[in-house]
Design a protein around this ligand. Sequence first.
Ligand code: FAD
Length: 395
Amino acid sequence: MPASQYFTDDHALFRQTVRRFIETEVVPHTETWETERRIPKAIFQRMGGLGYLGLPFPERYGGSGADFWYSVVFLEELARCGMGGFTTAVSVHVYMATNHLFRVGSEALRQKYLVPAVAGEAVAALGISEPDAGSDVAALRCTARREGDFYVVDGTKTFISNGTYGDFITLAVKTNAGAGGSGASTPGLSLLLVELNAPGISRTKLNKMGWHSSDTAEIRLDGVRVPVENRIGAEGAGFYYLMESLQLERLVAAILAVAGAQLALDWTLQYLHERSAFNKPLAKFQAIRHTLADVATEIAVAREFVYSTCWKFERGHNAVKECSMAKLFAAELQKRTVDTCLQYFGGYGYMEEYPICRAYRDARVGTIAGGTSEIMREIIAKMVVDGVAYESIRN
Ligand SMILES: Cc1cc2nc3c(=O)[nH]c(=O)nc-3n(C[C@H](O)[C@H](O)[C@H](O)COP(=O)(O)OP(=O)(O)OC[C@H]3O[C@@H](n4cnc5c(N)ncnc54)[C@H](O)[C@@H]3O)c2cc1C
């Protein structure tokens, strides 16, 4: 019998394969990648070769066109590497940075950039956030001025995952400098595909609290000339594209957060059976057991809600409310869970050699990156309290 109404036996087999890959080819490098604060390109190429970077894309781009549940399995197993940085680098590459290219990019752009991205030969970044605008996407200032067959781009992007060592970026720019600013619904944004080694680009690697193995950059663009054919989709439609793709980003974040919380619980359960105090294993103390029962229940409930949102999403519904709820709940849950779990490791939980220590650091950003918890609450409140309907069918 299949494990659930969502997954088939083939999904289960795929899960075993990915799990083995993560355990044998990713986890052993944790220490090195976290310390060096970067992931070697070779692992992207390896994952490309195994088909992991092309799950959502059709065969003509080197992908497998697999149904969304393969992506769910892949993301859940990816998160089990216990390295938020690696998980982020890969998920940004596959599900955020190349998504626009696939959905609205020209065929020529897809062949030139999506195909190598799927093969793991080129690493992609997504550039929305700026020093003065994160949550308020309409307030972005990075500008692209048209000069003949080129756009000339000026501005700064910050907190960009894969921004330091990545090869290209899907960049949100203002092509209509006169269009509405903060809070406007038509802020004159467009998306450009920009090669990260282009003249006029300087990148500074940022020092972070966690997600150490992923590189995060501030990127300065100074008169960068981008061919007009590198525009992704229509001029001025960038804000709409970004808003549409946010649901997938939130769903991906929610899937990863639930899987991350489960991993922290798994580590903790093992530890509590092995560690004793007052002549019995810690797992026998009722105060601890009840808390763990609550944690396990919350994770199970969150997972079912995330799965039901995936089910809607897979059927073409943008599910704005559910994706926002899933991201909000799962990210907050992961943050609470790693805190609780670390507590039960006692002093060892505070030691770097225990993975729960890294999980605690890594989980903190979950309620910030990819849309903060406050912004999720704003969206949900508009829909629940004000009766606004954002629901739409994806094309
Ligand atoms: C490690 C890391 C990786 C990232 N990767 C990327 C990436 O690859 N690409 C990219 O484009 N961005 C990336 N980001 C940026 C991330 O998406 C933003 O940090 C996030 O959207 C919040 O924007 P901000 O930091 O400018 O905070 P602000 O928007 O300045 O918000 C500050 C605080 O005010 C709150 N706030 C803002 N508006 C409201 C409101 N209306 N009501 C109530 N509270 C509000 C926020 O919730 C937050 O608590 C990354 C960030 C981090 C930390």
